[in-house]
Every structure is written in C-alpha cells, then in structure tokens.
Write a protein that binds this ligand. Structure first.
Ligand code: SF4
Ligand code: SF4
Length: 245
C-alpha cells in the first residue's frame, strides 16, 4: 500500500503483536504522483513513532523508513537487508531491551489507544514537509513526547450537572458517550479519542463536561443512580412552594 496510508496505529500494533522491527518503504520525497505527498506524512509519523518507542523503552532503531523509486530494486534489497541484519543484532523485542514482553505489549497497547489524541495534538508537525534530513532528529523530541504522554487530557461528565439533553452523545464522533433521555450521560474512557467535541457541544447553561490533565477521571455514577427523576423533582418543587405559602 502507499506509504501515505501508513498510520501510527499500524506501526505500534505491529510491535504490540510481537514484530521485532517495522520497515516502511516509500517513494522518493518530492516524487509522489499525487498532490497529497503522503510519503512526507509517513516520514513524520515514523519520526514521531521512533520517539514514542524510545519513551516506552523500545529501541527506536527497530523502526525505519527509506525512500526509493520503483526502478531501484537493488537499493530496496540493500536497505531491507541492512535493516534485517540490524534487527537481528538487536535481538527479540523486549528481551533485548530488558523488559518483559507482556509489559511491553501492554505499554504499546496503551499508547496505541492514544493515537487519535497524539495525532490531533501533533497535527501541525505531522503535516510538515521535511526536505532537509538534518532536521529529522529534532522534528520531534523525547521531552515533547514525554510531556504529551504524561499530560494526557481526559473528559468526563459531572453527574450533578448533566441534564441528559443528549447533545454530546449525538456529536461524539466515535459513539463513546452512553446516555438516553433522562439518563445521566457517561463517557466510555476506552473508546474516547479525546477530541473535546462533547465539551464544546454541552450547553454553557449546563457545563457538565469536565476536562482533566494528566490524572484519572472520577468513576462514573452507579447504573441505578443515572436516572433523572424530573417528575419527582417537579413534585418536590411544588410541595416546597406549597409549604412556603
Ligand atoms: S472527547 Fe470526543 S471522543 Fe471523547 S467522549 Fe467527548 S466527543 Fe466523544
Ligand atoms: S450535552 Fe451536557 S447536559 Fe447534555 S447530555 Fe451531554 S453532558 Fe449532559
């Protein structure tokens, strides 16, 4: 497939499933047949992917990208051969890094879950066109990736404020919000891609969607506490008025 179709999730998933190395071959930069020039995007993803791998303890040399034309069969053989030799020298994933394979797979799965968020946060750099190879190494830094993954944004719905208007659940692009009429809405944290749409969509009058940075969200209310008793509330309000008069 076209290197422009390669996604960070493909790369991380391959490692999570036990690949010892991932090699991406793309057309030469500047020679893409399409206006999209997706090979620049593949390059940026690889540069970011290498820093993410480093952050979670995987040797970044296990991920490589090379560019060549369809007529450079010899070059293809040479670069793949050199890469395979390098990966063999590094040894099996995890074992060579001194990390238990199950722990490494867990860390890789966790970061794969954050890919949509990472891509949103790094959108500008991921769409840059790097023509100077000297700029590759500094395009993404380890510190930047550490900050990004340590300060992950999460959203949750305050059960005291939610009015079950259903606006957020209709707008969520990945159906991560569970709710219905008269049911306090709850965000499924495993499905949420942290786009923030629900926070923008929730009417300011309710302001029920909250954002936290770098910390876990509070647990959602128990199922039996999610029903909003509007009739009961009306009756209660009426009896309070009666008592006052
Ligand atoms: S942050 Fe985005 S993905 Fe997550 S629940 Fe809100 S709208 Fe859905
Ligand atoms: S938009 Fe706000 S008030 Fe409406 S259901 Fe979502 S969180 Fe609740």
């Amino acid at each position: 497939m076209c290197s422009g179709r390669v996604d960070l999730a493909h790369i991380l998933r391959a490692f999570a499933r036990g690949a010892d190395g991932v090699f991406i071959g793309g057309c030469r930069l500047g020679e893409c047949n399409y206006v999209t020039h997706g090979n620049y995007h593949a390059l940026n993803l690889t540069l970011l992917g290498r820093k993410i791998l480093e952050h979670i303890g995987v040797d970044p040399r296990r991920l490589q990208i090379q560019f060549m034309s369809g007529g450079e069969g010899n070059r293809f053989v040479e670069v793949v051969d050199a890469f395979v030799k390098q990966v063999k020298a590094l040894g099996p994933l995890g074992k060579a890094e001194g990390v238990e394979p199950s722990k490494m797979a867990e860390a890789l799965q966790e970061v794969t879950r954050l890919v949509p968020y990472i891509k949103m946060e790094k959108h500008d750099k991921l769409t840059a066109r790097l023509d100077d190879a000297a700029a590759y190494e500094s395009h993404f830094t380890l510190e930047e990736v550490e900050r990004l993954l340590d300060e992950v944004v999460s959203y949750y719905i305050d059960p005291e404020k939610c009015q079950a208007c259903m606006i957020c659940s209709r707008r969520c692009p990945v159906d991560a919000i569970d709710g219905a009429k008269n049911r306090i809405h709850v965000i499924d944290q495993d499905r949420c891609i942290k786009c923030g749409t629900c926070m923008e969509a929730c009417p300011p009058l309710f302001g029920a969607v909250c954002r936290v940075v770098g910390e876990p969200v509070p647990p959602p209310p128990a199922e039996e506490q999610r029903t909003i008793d509007r009739k009961g509330a009306k009756k209660k309000a009426a009896s309070t008025e009666e008592a006052a008069s």
